[in-house]
Design a protein around this ligand. Structure first.
Ligand code: M6R
Length: 619
């Protein structure tokens, strides 16, 4: 949801900023822009006196790159932005950086200034002429309003006026030695290099320059110089902060020979699943699950209920979690999308266990749900992929998914590793509550350990899905249906196809179809029936016959050795056999591949689907 970057050092800032923005483009790609303190080819700056030069362009970053290739800016400090439009259409003028009237102060912003309308009226009354429709432009004019020769103080005064969520970075022509950055409810990381400092919305753009980073907390202000960075609280008191060493492999954030990040990330699932599992399986007398990281001990037996909250794909992982916890641990589970949870006046019990799931750890609704749940005194467990994210830092206990950086907007490996985490919790909990005995626990652990190799086998058959997609990608309507775990996977499958193929797709609990949705089924409909719950095969078979009778084409996804649906389905895609209750970690992969191939065949960019952003840091 917008990416911001900044650089101060001895290198030319423009290539560093553009390079960093490339790594953040997944956060928004409606427009991009940079502001550099230096000299522009149009004659601003005379080599001695440096002036603030801004370049922006609507659309993808490559449009900005084309502009700066001919309109060169030289200078060793600057800020940059890649936009996901919230206020004002994607256009050159609404692109960031935004400047004050004289063009001497520039700002980039990720988030929303909620009281921007009131502030805009107030500024207009004092004679300020606005150029854009954005909420951000008020910030540039406010800093100007308060500026009396000290950018730091002007920024602090501005923070007193603005409400909402923001990560902001500022540059001022009169202060060519420093960049100022602040955050509240939006992510911001500072990279500490040798003789250079950088700012970014996440760590991936920083890894080329440094592995030592500072995570800014809400309300903190960073002042970056070429040789140091200083931190302050909102009142201006100095703070001491420690760097964190990032251990991510740089190549993990590159495409590694795949055409798209999404395809690469789908293929990384066997390794990601193994990584998620590895540290958590211990063999003492017998194999057991170790979840010390989330404080799992006998006190969990006191819990009355588990509540899961998340958004999008992470919510689908929560739906699987509900089925898994109820099945393995026989504990009641409520699962809710975070944007509903935060406003629906939920009933708390201090003995509840809250599980909050988020790949990025920065989703605004999910963070709000977590903060509300905290107040109830319940135990908060975060499942997240991003070390140092706001969720990881604010939750009581964190279980990392260890999926590695997920760049494609459509989540794949983050989902399957979130599933692995919820299964580990469910099995451990079931054992503690004596719902499953040692032998059943061991059998499930063995099955979990076999999954990475099975996922690899499944990916080996991806050409079958590609061929099926080649025949179906123009379908305008796709329904996914299943029962129990297969219903949860249907939800995720339909979302994938919507997100990147722009196909109207819906998920249904298969038994629900005849209560209304079947009215939509006709010859133009593709129905994907996910059939891994053996006890319900005859029910699924009836549902398949019902949609076929209305003209639908039916793809069945089922076990490799299963013949049940051969007579009814138009096509069967077979996945390697695991236990029925663990099926989602495999059964979702064909749908990820199907969505990917349809997206590419329809001429879309699966990594950067229209209207979406990787991390939704606004409500
Ligand atoms: O980072 P999070 O897991 O909190 O993100 C939640 C959703 O925004 C995210 O899963 C979204 O639905 C993805 N685009 C799914 O592919």
């Amino acid at each position: 949801m917008c990416g911001i970057v900044g650089y101060i050092g001895d290198e030319e800032a423009t290539p560093v900023l553009v390079n960093a923005l490339k790594k953040l483009e997944y956060r928004g790609y409606d427009s991009a822009g940079i502001a550099v303190l230096g000299s522009g080819s149009e004659g601003q700056g005379d080599g001695e006196k440096r002036s603030l030069v801004v370049r922006k362009a609507k659309g993808a970053l490559k449009n900005l790159e084309q502009r700066i290739a001919t309109e060169i800016i030289r200078g060793t400090m600057g800020i940059g932005h890649t936009r996901w439009a919230t206020h004002g259409e994607p256009s050159d003028v609404n692109s960031h950086p935004h400047t004050n009237v004289s063009g001497k102060i520039a700002v980039v912003h990720n988030g929303i200034i909620e009281n921007h309308a009131k502030l805009k009226e107030w500024l207009k009354e004092s004679g300020v002429a606005f150029k854009s429709q954005t909420d951000t432009e008020v910030v540039a004019h406010l800093v100007d309003h308060f500026y009396q020769g000290d950018l730091f103080e002007a920024v602090r005064a501005t923070l007193d006026k603005i409400e909402g969520a923001y990560a902001l970075a500022f540059l001022c022509e009169n202060e060519p030695e420093r960049i100022i950055a602040v955050r509240k409810d939006a992510p911001l990381v500072i990279g500490a290099g040798k003789g250079e400092y950088l700012i970014a919305s996440d760590v991936t753009p920083l890894l080329e320059y440094t592995r030592d980073v500072y995570y800014l907390n809400d309300g903190e202000i960073a002042v970056l110089y070429r040789d140091r960075v200083e931190f302050f609280d909102r009142e201006g008191h100095p703070l001491t902060k420690e760097t964190t060493r990032v251990e991510w492999d740089v190549s993990a954030a590159e495409k590694g020979g795949f055409e798209h990040f999404m395809l690469k990330e789908i293929h990384e699932q066997p390794k990601a699943l193994a990584d998620t599992l590895r540290a958590r399986i211990k063999t003492y007398a017998a194999k057991t699950i170790n979840l010390e990281e989330i404080g799992f001990d006998a006190s969990w037996a006191q819990a009355h209920r588990v509540v899961i909250s998340a958004c999008g794909t992470a919510w689908h992982a929560g739906v699987v979690g509900k089925y898994a916890l109820e099945h393995f641990a026989r504990i009641p589970v409520d699962v809710d999308v975070a944007s509903e949870f935060r406003y629906r006046d939920p009933i708390y019990d201090p003995k509840d266990i809250f599980i909050i799931i988020s790949q990025s750890g920065e989703t605004a609704d999910t963070l709000a749900a977590m903060r509300m749940a905290r107040k109830s005194g319940a135990r908060i467990i975060a499942i997240t992929n991003v070390v140092g994210s706001t969720l990881a830092r604010e939750a009581d206990l964190v279980m990392y998914t260890w999926a590695g950086p997920e760049i494609a907007v459509a989540s794949t490996k983050a989902f399957t590793t979130q599933l692995m985490c919820v299964y580990l919790i469910a099995l451990k909990f079931g054992h503690l509550r004596k719902v499953i005995d040692d032998a059943e626990l061991a059998a499930n652990i063995d099955a979990l350990e076999a999954l990475p190799a099975l996922a690899e086998q499944l990916l080996g058959k991806k050409d079958d899905i590609q061929r099926f997609a080649a025949r179906q990608f123009n379908k305008t309507k796709a329904f996914f249906m299943g029962r129990l775990f297969d219903y949860a996977v249907s939800l995720e499958s339909a979302l994938k196809l919507k997100e990147i193929a722009y196909t109207h797709s819906e998920a249904f609990a298969a038994g629900e179809l005849k209560h209304g949705p079947i009215a939509l089924v006709d010859e133009s409909t593709l129905v994907v029936a996910i059939c891994t719950q053996s006890a319900l095969f005859d029910k699924m078979d009836s549902n398949i016959k019902e949609v076929k009778a209305r003209g639908a084409t039916v793809l069945v996804i089922t076990w490799e050795d299963e013949k049940y649906f051969d007579a009814t389905a138009d096509e069967v895609f077979r996945i390697p056999r695991t236990l029925d209750a663990l099926s989602p970690m495999l059964s979702v992969i064909p749908s990820q591949l199907y969505a990917y191939y349809c997206s590419v065949m329809r001429g879309n960019d699966p990594d950067k689907p229209r209207n979406l952003a990787k991390s939704v840091t606004v409500e």
